[in-house]
Design a protein. Sequence first.
Length: 133
Amino acid sequence: MSLKYLIYASTATGPISEVRSILEDAYHLNAANDITGFLYHEKGAFTQYIEGPEEAVDELFDKIKKDPRHTDIKVVEYGPVEDRNFHNWSMELFEGEGESGVPELITETLKPDGYGDKIDLVKMAAAIRSTRP
């Protein structure tokens, strides 16, 4: 089975309470489809990392693109992955408070066509971890 990862960025269309709804939907859908990853929310912006079987990731992203709870969806990075980075997370939520720099890190990598250069996942994970107590 070949594994794939995908990172995308988007903008929330509704209130913060929508984040919990997205998380609940993702948790159940991802567990059923062998997808792992995380959702990061900060300043009304989302960044999501998903990984799993190639077909399952593609099908999930097709659903994500149609979800009215966010807009301005841009693929940041995608490609094959040999081993999972988030083995036990069918979906983990991280919420920043405007200090992590993750939205800026993502925005800086995006090009006008919506695709970005390679993201340094180590830097991204460190920024996300810095938001945890």
